[in-house]
Write a protein that binds this ligand. Structure first.
Ligand code: SAH
Length: 200
C-alpha cells in the first residue's frame, strides 16, 4: 500500500460512519473525537500516518489492539489479507463489528478481551498495530510478531507517549525507532497503567 492508494481510499471513507450521532457533524475535522466509554478516535491524519508506517499489503495478516470505533480497522482491512482486532469494551467491539460488516468487510475477526496478550491462536502476524498507550511493548505482542514483520505502538504514560516503530528482521532480531510524540488513551490490562504508582 502506498500513499496515493491510501489517500484515494481515505478520502472516500466517511469517518462519520464510525461516530455516534452527537459527534457525526465533526467527522470532517482533523481532531480526535469521543466514541463513548471514555475512549477516543484519533485525528484522521494520525490514523493515516500510522497506516502508512505499518504499510500492510495484500498478503499481510494484521493484529490490531484497540478496535474502538473500527475506523482504523477499516483502513487496515482494505489493504491487507486479514485483520484480527481486539477490544476490551464489548459494546465498542459490537458496534464496530456491525459497522464493518454492513460495509461488506469479511476479512476481519473480532475478539473481546485484553489485547496486550495478543491473539496467540492466529500468530504470527506480519503487522501489529496498537492504538492505546502501553507501559512498554507487551512481551506477547513482540513474540507474536512475525520475522520480517512491523509493529507500531505508543509507549509511555497516559499524558504523552512516543510512537514507536518496531521491525523484526528475518532472523527475529528486533529494532525500535521513535517516530514522534503522540497522545493515546491508555491500554488497560496486563501491560496497562492502572496499577502504576504515579497514576494514583
Ligand atoms: N483505533 C481506534 C481508536 C481506539 S481508542 C479507532 O480508530 O477508533 C483505544 C481503544 O483501545 C479503546 O477503545 C479502548 O477500549 C481499547 N483498549 C484499551 N486497552 C485495551 C486492551 N488491553 N485490549 C484491547 N483493547 C483495549
Amino acid at each position: 500500500m502506498d500513499y496515493m492508494e491510501l489517500m484515494d481510499f481515505a478520502k472516500k471513507l466517511d469517518r462519520g460512519l464510525f461516530l455516534d450521532a452527537e459527534t457525526r457533524d465533526l467527522a470532517v475535522l482533523d481532531e480526535p473525537l469521543p466514541i463513548g466509554f471514555g475512549q477516543t478516535i484519533s485525528q484522521p491524519s494520525l490514523v493515516w500516518e500510522m497506516t502508512l508506517l505499518l504499510s500492510p499489503d495484500k498478503n499481510s495478516k494484521v493484529l490490531e489492539v484497540g478496535t474502538g470505533s473500527g475506523y482504523q480497522t477499516a483502513l487496515l482491512a482494505q489493504f491487507s489479507k486479514e485483520v484480527y482486532t481486539i477490544e476490551r469494551i464489548p459494546e465498542l467491539s459490537k458496534k464496530a463489528r456491525n459497522r464493518l460488516e454492513s460495509m461488506g468487510y469479511s476479512n476481519i475477526y473480532y475478539r473481546i478481551g485484553d489485547g496486550s496478550l495478543g491473539w496467540p491462536e492466529h500468530a504470527p502476524y506480519d503487522r501489529v498495530m496498537v492504538t492505546a498507550a502501553a507501559e512498554d511493548v507487551p512481551k506477547e505482542l513482540m513474540e507474536q510478531l512475525a520475522a520480517g514483520g512491523t509493529m507500531i505502538i505508543p509507549v509511555g504514560p497516559p499524558s504523552v507517549q512516543e510512537l514507536q516503530l518496531i521491525t523484526k528482521d528475518a532472523g527475529g532480531e528486533a529494532s525500535r525507532r521513535t517516530i514522534e510524540k503522540v497522545r493515546f488513551v491508555e491500554l488497560i490490562g496486563k501491560y496497562g497503567w492502572s496499577s502504576h504508582p504515579w497514576k494514583g
